[in-house]
Ligand binder design. Structure first.
Ligand code: CDV
Length: 315
């Protein structure tokens, strides 16, 4: 019998700096209800879904930015979202800023994805690995992208969780541009990869790339899906937020690399697709049968340093 699941992407439009978390959660609950109406089993929210994209502003003393972070999930602000999802029987992935304190008392700030199943059980947590942007204030930029000031990379890497009668992996925004992201999850048998993003349409270090933002977004996620025989759910926080225009174009992609659903607005919108998880095997079991065709022993060292090999001395 086919393993069918309805995947959903809950794209969010702009979140103003002065919008409260309670107001954002209200918007998210509206999207949850639409998703439930469309029989969605797993609804994926974007990266840093609960606030404006705060790495756009420099706050020298990090502790003054603590209100953007959550040290416990759910907390008072987000409990209504968890309650509503459970009562609707909709699982979800939530992107948020996490403040964690380890056993030695050291504080860690992560860009986090949390996976919750249809019964409300927290089944997986992912910390963003590829942290883009810069750590110091750089006033020459049209706007700041200070993720390297606000977050450290997660030490655990890319995991895969058994949930939703499937194997689910997670990644956040810049992670989607790196082939390793998909391959590490693909090697663990990921069938569905969830990716939330905040992607400004202006890239200050090289504005010639601006016109390619939408192309690159779909290029990397479609190839990641195809080369690993996985579904990919890519979810944006889009639209003009505090003067910064961000890419929308949320998508659900099949293991064939084809886009099977795409958002048509830049605001709050649910897209969904009812898919057969067994379709992954068409790719994982044939052209991309890793056990049969992958040739790691022929790839050379995986610790190759950038740059060319030194030519042999002339005799
Ligand atoms: N939030 C992000 O990770 N944004 C990056 C930008 C900085 C390029 C992205 O990959 O979309």
């Amino acid at each position: 019998m086919a393993r069918r699941i309805t995947l959903g992407a809950a794209q969010l439009g702009p979140i103003a700096k002065d919008e409260s978390k309670a107001q954002v959660v209200e918007r998210m609950i509206t999207l949850l209800r639409i998703a439930a109406h469309n029989a969605v089993d797993l609804l994926v929210f974007p990266e840093l879904a609960l606030t404006t994209f705060f790495p756009r502003w420099y706050i020298e003393d990090l502790s003054e930015s603590d209100h953007y972070y959550h040290s416990k999930m759910p907390d008072a602000d987000t409990q209504p979202l968890f309650d509503e999802a459970k009562s609707l029987g909709v699982g979800f992935a939530l992107g948020y800023a996490e403040l964690a304190v380890d056993d030695a008392g050291t504080v860690h700030r992560y860009n986090t994805y949390l996976l919750v199943d249809r019964e409300g059980k927290q089944v997986g947590k992912f910390h963003k690995v590829h942290i883009p942007g810069h750590a110091e204030n750089e006033p020459w930029r049209v706007f700041q992208h200070l993720e390297r000031h606000y977050f450290e990379p997660g030490p655990e890497g890319f995991g895969v969780w058994e949930a939703f009668d499937s194997r689910i992996g997670m990644a956040l925004c810049n992670d989607r541009r790196w082939s390793e992201t998909y391959r590490v999850m693909g090697l663990q048998g990921a069938e569905v990869i969830l990716i939330g993003y905040n992607t400004p349409l202006h890239y200050s270090p090289d504005p010639t790339q601006n016109a390619l933002a939408g192309f690159h977004n779909h290029l990397v996620m479609q190839s990641g899906a195809y080369q690993n025989g996985s579904f990919v759910v890519g979810v944006a926080k889009g639209g003009i937020e505090e003067g910064v225009d961000s890419l929308a174009q949320s998508v659900i992609i099949a293991p064939s690399g084809q886009i099977i659903a795409q958002a048509i607005t830049t605001g709050d919108e649910v897209i969904s697709a009812n898919v057969d998880l067994d379709f992954c095997a068409t790719y994982k079991g044939l052209l991309f049968d890793f056990n049969r065709y992958r040739m790691p022993e022929h790839y050379g060292s995986l610790t190759v340093k950038p740059g060319a090999k030194t030519p042999p001395p002339e005799s």
